[in-house]
Design a protein around this ligand. Structure first.
Ligand code: SF4
Ligand code: SF4
Length: 364
């Protein structure tokens, strides 16, 4: 059976207030109010944007969605888990300060920012899943315990999984540090002969996993957390990875963690993908003004997390006239893997029907 995916055309040029109203229009048109009940503890899952990044989906853009939840008299909180890599989202305190700096706060949104995975990212619940890769997944306590979830994802490329959208926002973005390790454990990186021993990768490695000798760098696999920062930073293309198999394992694990996140929340979740400022790297990169790899498309939303990603990916590839892998310059990653696996294990359906909402939202 096909799932409805609602789309409203939009671009960054609209401005934050109009984007907020467009998201709200989509919420109403899609009938998503039915997913949320009075007094629900409702997670509004966002990515608050790494320090220095300015292409993430900003707080004013989600204000309309938050207001809808408040009108429904739910108890919403805006939330995001801590990262494996060392940065300003590594623990709950630094993360909350960064979230506030980026406007994800009680003052700006009317709801609090709450870290769902505790002070250091280890507060989790083990959720049983009958996956191909995992038999149990480790989901942030505050996500596992909330009653409903409104997921706001920014569609981007991703150096390891190929695609960052709703499934990754759920699977990776709602997992505890343990859960993240489980997903990254599938990747092993290695240094090739093109290495000049320049040391840049070592400077950026958050886990002190890289040592240098006169000839090349070396990765200590026991320390490596699989963040792929070294691969992103090496300008000689010397950091290699067994993409063909390992990205597949990682993407399947992401889908299985997404399944764990949604367990017990059947019909109690809505998924929004902002398909604009589609950057090659995800919002974890603290790089300002990353260029878009495709024109802005709009906002898509569905009650089906698989359908919303399938639709967004099709829209991007149609607009670009080529596959996402080509846009990312890496044809060896098939970003559909996570979508296909999620459907296979029953998270949702790849079969969707696009419903265009053409209501005009006036510039405010
Ligand atoms: S892997 Fe790349 S960044 Fe690291 S030392 Fe070698 S050349 Fe430099
Ligand atoms: S992937 Fe690279 S940068 Fe990340 S922890 Fe491993 S060696 Fe360090």
């Amino acid at each position: 059976m096909s799932s409805d995916v609602y789309i409203i055309k939009a671009s960054r040029e609209d401005g934050q207030k109009v984007l907020s109203e467009k998201a709200r229009t989509l919420f109403k048109a899609g009938g998503f109010a039915d997913c949320f009940k009075e007094n629900d503890l409702t997670a509004v899952k966002v990515h608050v944007g790494e320090d220095g990044n300015n292409t993430y989906i900003t707080a004013p853009c989600i204000k309309g969605l938050v207001d809808e939840l408040l009108e429904l008299r739910t108890k919403p909180f805006v939330t995001d888990t801590t990262t494996l890599y060392v940065g300003r989202r590594h623990n709950a305190i630094d993360h909350a300060v960064l979230a506030a700096e980026h406007g994800f706060s009680l003052e700006e949104l009317g709801i609090p920012f709450i870290a769902p995975d505790g002070l250091s990212g280890t507060s989790a619940e083990a959720i049983p899943v009958n996956g191909e890769i995992n038999k149990e997944v480790f989901i942030a306590h505050g996500i596992a315990r909330c009653r409903s979830i409104l997921s706001v994802a920014h569609f981007t490329g991703h150096v390891a999984s190929g695609l960052g959208a709703t499934l990754k926002t759920l699977g990776m973005g709602c997992a505890s540090k343990h859960g993240k390790m489980q997903q990254h454990a599938a990747l092993t990186l290695n240094i090739g002969d093109d290495c000049t021993s320049c040391g840049v990768c070592s400077d950026y490695c958050p886990a002190d996993a890289i040592t240098l000798d006169d000839v090349k760098a070396h990765i200590d696999q026991d320390k490596c957390i699989g963040c792929a920062e070294c691969m992103a930073m090496c300008r000689f293309g010397a950091v290699g990875c067994n993409w063909g198999l390992e990205t597949e394992v990682m993407q399947k694990s992401i889908a299985e963690h997404a399944q764990g996140v949604l367990k017990g929340k059947e019909n109690r979740a809505a998924f929004f993908n902002f398909v604009m400022s589609v950057t090659k790297e995800c919002d974890c990169f603290g790089t300002p003004d990353m260029p878009s790899i495709v024109e802005d498309i709009g906002i898509v939303a569905s009650a089906d997390p698989v359908a919303v990603d399938a639709a967004a990916l099709d829209l991007v590839e149609d607009k670009a006239g080529c596959e996402l892998g080509q846009l990312l310059g890496n044809n060896e990653i098939d970003p559909r893997c996570q979508i296909v696996h999620a459907e296979r294990i029953g998270v949702g359906s790849r079969d969707y029907q696009l419903v265009e909402i053409d209501q005009q939202v006036k510039q405010i």
